[in-house]
Design a protein around this ligand. Structure first.
Ligand code: MN
Length: 163
């Protein structure tokens, strides 16, 4: 697959019955089990402020079809609680050595560009002892002292929220 080709990303805002409010950040990416939504849990969600670092804990890959899910999941089921599609769009990997999920194990960071409705421009995921950190790179889409999760809190497809 060409480096220039764009794939889908989605951020689901999830008010989970057990874990509470968090954001599931998902990048469509080839894996050993086919193309999946490689996923990270970000408690406070992404930020457009380049000075803000957000812990992003890698979690279970999800099927591509899950990326369009918005709604209520019954108690006891996986992901129980309420989910909205907080942002979605295409993304492009900018780090040449990363093409698949397996490549993520070999690098300490990777850069990508998001073409979402709320999240735009270049971001980096880099590894620390605690896990991955998501951070906005300074560019024309960066917004210092902004709080995009508060300012733009609702679903990009339904205008609903999880509360
Ligand atoms: Mn979740």
């Amino acid at each position: 697959m060409s480096l220039k080709s764009k794939r889908a990303f989605v951020v689901q805002k999830h008010l989970a019955r057990k874990a509470g409010l968090h954001y599931d950040f998902r990048l469509e990416m080839p894996t050993k089990k086919g193309t999946k939504l490689v996923s990270w849990v970000i408690r406070k969600g992404p930020s457009l402020d380049p000075s803000v670092k957000r812990l992003a804990l890698q979690t279970t890959d999800h099927d591509i079809s899950y990326g369009t899910f918005e709604g209520i999941t019954a108690d006891g089921a996986y992901g129980a609680g309420k989910t909205i599609i907080w942002d979605k769009g295409k993304y492009k990997i900018l780090t040449k050595s990363v093409k698949t999920k397996e490549d993520l194990k070999k690098v300490d960071y990777f850069k990508f560009e998001l073409y979402g409705k709320k999240l735009k421009g270049v971001f980096v995921l880099f590894k620390t002892k605690r896990g991955w950190i998501l951070k906005k790179i300074k560019d024309g889409f960066a917004k210092e002292r902004s709080n995009v999760t508060k300012e733009l809190s609702k679903s990009v497809i339904s205008n609903k929220d999880v509360t």
